[in-house]
Design a protein around this ligand. Structure first.
Ligand code: ATP
Ligand code: MG
Length: 280
């Protein structure tokens, strides 16, 4: 993948798919999949996937089971490399990814899973502390960060509890706080509402809205038709490893819920008007 030929191909892809006036590397684009294919040993999971995500966007991936939603998120997290094509995340190219760049990648991307994946033998506070130990932050700053994210998800009061002492929705909020503690530019969430009842699921979507309001780019996947139906932002439908549609909606149903939900964080910044969106 590191051949000179591949460099040429990538620069050609960039110049042919991005607006000319912004040059080949558009600073607004935080994630780009360019003719990305992903093949597992005996299984083609993604075929020629192309899309870019701009700074501050909120995007929902949907489609049937086995469609390739998790595979797309894995490519963005650089947990898998495309077998053909290129993935670029905040200027880091999958084809040139190496061990040295992993800490930077970990700071840029937060990841949330359907099954929470909290450390059961650690308190809420300690779970959230963990990713900061990996990137090496000073103790005082660490404490401030923990307070900030646990307040944001409404769980500061429960910081001394263990995961088993929390509801499913609360556990997912801890997982989101953990993903956000290093202030990533991108939050990825794979079926974050998959194990939750509809009301709690909406609560988590509202939290993702608030995180997006703070400027973080959010990409999540869901099977849930109700969430997709009311999601007033960009929806990409994946089926059989391919993108079937990529639509930016202008409705604002969930946004209203998000405003009502701001009791967790009354100082939440007011959302940018839809008219400022790049995908209007
Ligand atoms: N580690 C793997 N090895 C082999 N094949 C895999 C692997 N992971 C996923 N696949 C296959 O790749 C395809 C896409 O899977 P993926 O997990 O991305 O789908 P999905 O849309 O996330 O599905 P779900 O909604 O069930 O989570 C499926 O056919 C799946 O069987
Ligand atoms: Mg999946």
């Amino acid at each position: 993948m590191d051949t000179a030929g591949n460099h040429w191909k990538v620069s050609r892809i960039l110049t042919t798919t991005q607006p000319k006036e912004n040059g080949p590397l558009d600073a607004r684009v935080v994630v780009g999949l360019y003719h990305a294919h992903l093949e597992y040993k005996d299984q083609m999971a993604l075929r020629d996937v192309n899309f870019t995500v701009e700074n501050g966007e909120f995007l929902c991936l949907t489609g049937p089971s086995g469609a390739g939603k998790s595979s797309i998120l894995r490519l963005i997290a650089m947990d898998a490399r495309p077998t053909q094509g290129e993935v670029i995340v905040r200027g880091m190219m999958a084809s040139k990814m190496n061990r040295r760049k992993i800490p930077q990648l970990r700071r840029e991307i937060g990841f949330v899973f359907q099954d929470f994946r909290l450390l059961e033998d650690r308190t809420v506070e300690s779970n959230v502390e963990f990713p900061q130990l990996v990137v090496g932050i000073g103790k005082a700053q660490m404490k401030k960060n923990i307070m900030r994210v646990l307040t944001q998800v409404g769980l500061w009061e429960k910081r001394h509890r263990y995961p088993r002492q929390l509801s499913g929705g609360e556990q997912q909020r801890v997982a989101i706080a953990r993903a956000m503690v290093n202030s990533p530019k991108i939050l990825l969430a794979d079926e974050p509402t998959g194990n939750l009842d509809p009301v709690t699921a909406q609560d988590i979507i509202n939290l993702l809205f608030r995180i997006n309001d703070g400027g973080t780019c959010v990409v999540f996947s869901t099977h849930d038709h109700q969430i997709v139906k009311t999601f007033g932002q960009r929806v990409i439908v994946v089926d059989n490893g391919e993108i079937k549609s990529d639509i930016k909606r202008t409705g604002d149903t969930n946004r209203k819920a998000s405003l009502a939900d701001r009791m967790y964080r009354p100082e939440a910044p007011v959302r940018r008007p839809e008219s400022e969106s790049m995908h209007a």
